[in-house]
Design a protein around this ligand. Sequence first.
Ligand code: GAP
Length: 454
Amino acid sequence: MTEKKIMEKIVSLARRRGFIFPACEIYGGLANAYSFGPYGTELKNNIKRLWWKMFVEDREDMVGIDGPIILHPKVWEASGHLENFNDALVDCRKCKNRFRADHLVEKETGRDMEGKLEAMSEVLEREKIKCPKCGAHDWTRVRDFNLMFKTEMNGIRGPVYLRGETAGAIFCDFKNILDSMRVKIPFGIAQIGKVFRNEIMARNFIFRLREFEQMEIEYFINPKADWEKVFDKWLKLQREFALRLGVKEKDLRHFEHPKAKLSHYSKKTVDIEYHFPFGFKELFGLAYRTDFDLAQHARVSGAELKYFDQESGQKFIPHVIEPTFGLERSVLAAILAAYSEEKVKGETRVVLSLPKDVAPVKAAILPLSKKPELINLAKEVLGDLKQSFVLEYDETQSIGKRYRRQDEIGTPYCVTIDFDSLKDKAVTVRDRDTMKQDRVKIQELKKYLREKLS
Ligand code: GAP
């Protein structure tokens, strides 16, 4: 299967089976924006839960917050986002489409020219690079385009901004956390939430969006600590999280940003890349932000953002290691890694072998026929189990079609209630991955599923 074909299949399955829809379709859609349907929302929530459990609840050195999307505009002045959070923009004068100049140049010449605006303009001219949309060669000069989304707020003069990373809210709450919680360095503040970036070109389905969610940690360390050791530990944990999404080791690699291309706040950045159908691309990121942010926020706000170390009696501005995870990219990687097709009795079976804790529905309850006695028993089984698991009940179509639907949405177990069930008070449980079937007493079913799903 070609890589383009895989993306087409994923996009089509996501829509057909209620994972992800194009946003505002009744109005003709909105510039590569997407809406998460019922299964997509469950999947997303399960990934968030997994992340929160692994990085917040199961650790003693982590606290979680939920800060606002609109922060004081000074936050973005201090963090450097108003000045530096830019991409290289070029317009086609003929068709008026806009492009990331660095992406265009790299695609046409194989040269990575990120950040070199003048040089990119020259290459576009010299190499007579054509507009990918209309074929014309009529470019504006390449210029910086700031990715922060602007809006207005009553009571505030001038623009305010939708946050471009969740980190801003974490740094704003650093002092509150020191004052209200019993944290001791090293410790982290974690947050999951929406982020907005006015990307020049949103593309590759949910890979590059203008509105997305990040799961981020700012991990505060003593400036004298061995930051490289902490950095490496986080890199391992990020890889581990990727594996929990079901991705394979062979599809992951690290990419260290060359010094000249580091973000304005970072001394070292490594991307954890996943082998998407459109190439190895960033799934998660890890940056050593030094004391850049706290020092900047202290300078611009006038607040003291220092930590008092009781053991040494010293005050210092902590340094920060920042592991960051994109939620939609996690969803996409999980779906891609789980997708497979196989031939079963001459038919193609599409399966999403999602990890069981990530799968949107844990088990489907399927009466073999619509006979009232079977439906009554199936509803009884459903009633017994639905407090314990996310279930789906389905009595429509043939059992084969219902299995196929559950395979496609990644349901690990199908529970079939048949005519024998009326006599032996047992059901058939079919395993999504092996397609093997077990006969299980209804009385034992909850325990059986609990063990299988744990
Ligand atoms: N606080 C650091 C930061 O924001 P980033 O690499 O710009 O770093 C973090 O973003 C993560 O957010 C990325 O690793 C990626 O998973 C996700 N991400 C970034 N831009 C995105 C976009 N336009 N659409 C979807 N996810 C995106």
